[in-house]
Design a protein around this ligand. Structure first.
Ligand code: GLY
Length: 313
């Protein structure tokens, strides 16, 4: 099987000033992921590595650079899942952790549970020796200013995702040379969210899903809308009915738009290597690598650039 990696840096109305850095960030993440796969690594390792890269990049709303809740604090959600055994791990509302995706993986591998939340997740991180950071160390100066500016603003779904202050989520899906798929998604959620609010990202079947029999999906967009239509599973359901990855993602995202007025995006890879990066928001930064070709884009769903990978290595 030829390995594939697809990553996204969030579906929202990315302003011009952030578009270039967002594309650079997703390209770097895709290159990190394909590096793992080319060295014979598993899809699970590749998606974790790619997402960690974006959690560490403050241009994205995940890990360092996450948006703030109504109390002006960071609360992070993440999921990771592998398609061979359906093993999954997730964390929600965690604070002071630089790489929630790796904490989610520890939940998957070291506990009998699928999700740990809030204080329990932080206590588990401590018991695993995962370092905690000072409270404000994940907060950028830019986010603090934006939060101050918008803290009394209450937008509806459409306004939020058509505005240039939405921000949203990172994710990766991969197919490895053994034929296994995996997904990972990580987010700071929505700016000004209620304390304790959990979106789609850590919820299995909504923010992500991976099954070797169907494919792997990582979603981004308005969390409450994604939760209502269980977007990741919905996309895989349509693939199981015979649609391509692109058709299934487009169909499901349009359904979400019509049914609950939510905008968003998804990256998908099937067990045969059929992949897509599709969105209904104004923009979504994404990158994919398959057979030494790097694809990337940020503008409309059907616009992308394709480059032979040797140019970038
Ligand atoms: N899609 C991320 C969130 O709504 O929290």
């Amino acid at each position: 099987m030829k390995p594939v990696i697809v990553v996204h840096g969030g579906a929202w109305a990315i302003p011009d000033a952030l578009a270039e850095a967002s594309v650079a960030g997703v390209k770097a993440a895709a290159l990190a992921g394909i590096g793992v796969l080319k060295r014979g690594g598993r899809a699970l390792d590749a998606v974790e590595d790619a997402v960690r890269k974006m959690e560490d990049d403050s241009v994205f709303d995940a890990g360092h650079g996450a948006v703030l809740n109504t109390d002006g604090e960071v609360e992070l959600d993440a999921i990771i899942m592998e398609g061979e055994t359906l093993a999954a791990g997730a964390v929600s509302s965690v604070r002071n952790i630089a790489n929630p995706v790796s904490l989610a993986r520890a939940v998957m591998e070291k506990t009998d549970h699928v999700m740990l939340t809030s204080q329990g997740a932080n206590l588990f991180a401590e018991s695993m020796g995962i370092p905690t950071l000072p409270t404000d160390s994940l907060v950028t100066e830019k986010e603090r200013k934006e939060w101050e500016h918008y803290k009394n603003y209450s937008a509806g779904v459409e306004e939020l995702f058509n505005s240039q202050w939405g921000n949203d989520t990172v994710g990766a899906v991969a197919l490895d040379s053994f034929g296994n798929v995996a997904c990972a998604t990580s987010t700071g959620g929505i700016r000004n969210k209620m304390v304790g609010r959990v979106g789609d990202s850590p919820v299995i079947g909504s923010g992500g899903y991976a099954d070797n029999r169907s494919g792997a999906v990582s979603c981004t967009g308005h969390g409450e809308s994604i939760l209502k239509v269980t977007l990741a599973r919905l996309i895989l359901f349509h693939m199981d009915q015979g649609r391509t990855a692109s058709d299934a993602a487009g169909f499901s995202l349009r359904y979400m738009g019509e049914r609950v007025k939510g905008g968003g995006g998804a990256i998908v890879v099937s067990p045969t290597g059929d992949w897509t990066a599709t969105f209904t928001t104004e923009r979504m930064a994404w990158a994919a690598i398959q057979e030494d070709l790097l694809y990337y884009g940020v503008h409309q769903s059907n616009m992308h650039t394709r480059v032979r990978l040797s140019v970038f290595i």
